[in-house]
Design a protein around this ligand. Structure first.
Ligand code: NAD
Ligand code: KPL
Length: 305
């Protein structure tokens, strides 16, 4: 089986993974959106990874989705709302027993992707690494964070985890990946929408302690009812800790809204509200938060799905 890492989406996280794998001598190919993007990438001469103020360029080969070669291993690094359609385009190229690694934050998109490619193995990831783009084809990496990987349908690890070790990508295989993803989703639901609505840094939420506590109680109730009691443990304590530890930062959702970019609300707060409804739970504060956020996004001309 080919050991090439195909990387779908050369944005922040996709570029970060691509550069580290290439630096470790692994075979990597980028899959770009269209011929115009491919042309622009080739003109730039590769991807640059900036770490500790030092930039290093990697001339990683790239192609578009309609290149003919089969794909055995695919890292899906698009936003949650783009991932299902992007993967559907590649479905005809997926080899039998192909493996996909899904880097999307939140929940819901993983199942949407898996339904596009029923014969492939879908490995879910939860990443706390932070990367951002200052310019096209250039990614900045702060150098900390972690990646949890797991497959809810199969506890056996894949045989390529050594590639990640060689590339210095911090990771651990876990059979409880859904618990990790739910826990992160709950943290994101308790913090990110409020930073948008109160227009504040994460630390500003210290002034909205009661609102945060009420949301944490409802999120914990939801986690208990949807079979994720472990993800509910001491949720509020952790939310308060994250608020303090990241007090000076703007949340990712705040930054998206500020820059007029579409948010992943549908796979975060939207997912929490949909699952609550499915379980017949009426979670008044979460639902109200969702409505307020949707109104806020719509008022700015941003999609709310
Ligand atoms: P991004 O917007 O920087 O990158 C996504 C890339 O996918 C873009 O370059 C876009 O053009 C590309 N893309 C979309 N559709 C495509 C298609 N059909 N074909 C080819 N390319 C396509 O996003 P990101 O910040 O890297 O985030 C990716 C996912 O990782 C998100 O779910 C995000 O929440 C999660 N995440 C990001 C970070 C981070 O620090 N950036 C950290 C943790 C988790
Ligand atoms: O993950 C985050 C984000 O900004 O998306 C934090 C703020 C740390 C938790 O919600």
């Amino acid at each position: 089986m080919s050991s090439t890492w195909h990387i779908l989406g050369a944005g922040s996280l996709g570029s970060l993974w691509a550069c580290r794998l290439a630096q470790a001598g692994k075979a990597v190919r980028l899959i770009l959106r269209d011929p115009a993007r491919l042309h622009a990438y080739e003109a730039a001469g590769g991807l640059s990874l900036v770490h500790n103020g030092q930039a290093q360029r990697h001339a990683i080969p790239a192609e578009t989705a309609d290149a003919g070669t089969p794909i055995h291993r695919l890292l899906v690094a698009c936003k949650a709302y783009d991932a299902p359609a992007a993967v559907a385009q590649l479905a005809p190229r997926l080899a039998r027993n192909a493996e996909l690694v899904l880097l999307q934050n939140g929940l819901g998109s993983q199942d949407e992707v898996a339904s596009q490619v029923p014969h492939a193995r879908c490995i879910f990831a939860s990443s706390t690494e932070g990367a951002f783009r200052e310019a096209d084809w250039q990614v900045n990496f702060a150098g900390h964070g972690f990646n949890w990987l797991g497959d809810p349908a199969n506890p056996l690890p894949p045989d390529w985890l050594d590639d990640l070790t060689d590339a210095g990508i911090p990771h651990q295989w876990t059979p409880d990946i859904l618990t990790r993803l739910w826990r992160k989703l709950a943290l994101n639901c308790a913090i990110n929408p409020l930073t948008v609505l109160h227009a504040c840094r994460n630390g500003g939420l210290a002034e909205h302690h009661c609102e945060v506590a009420t949301l944490c109680a409802e999120l914990a109730e939801l986690l208990q009812h949807c079979g994720q009691p472990e993800a509910a443990t001491d949720l509020q304590v952790e939310v308060e800790r994250v608020i303090q530890a990241t007090a000076a930062n703007y949340s990712s959702m705040y930054q998206d809204v500020r820059q007029g970019r579409r948010t992943e609300i549908h796979y975060l707060l939207g997912h929490a509200c949909r699952v609550a409804a499915r379980h017949g739970r009426h979670l008044a504060h979460l639902e109200r938060l969702h409505r307020r956020l949707v109104e806020h996004l719509n008022a700015r001309g941003l999609p709310s799905d």
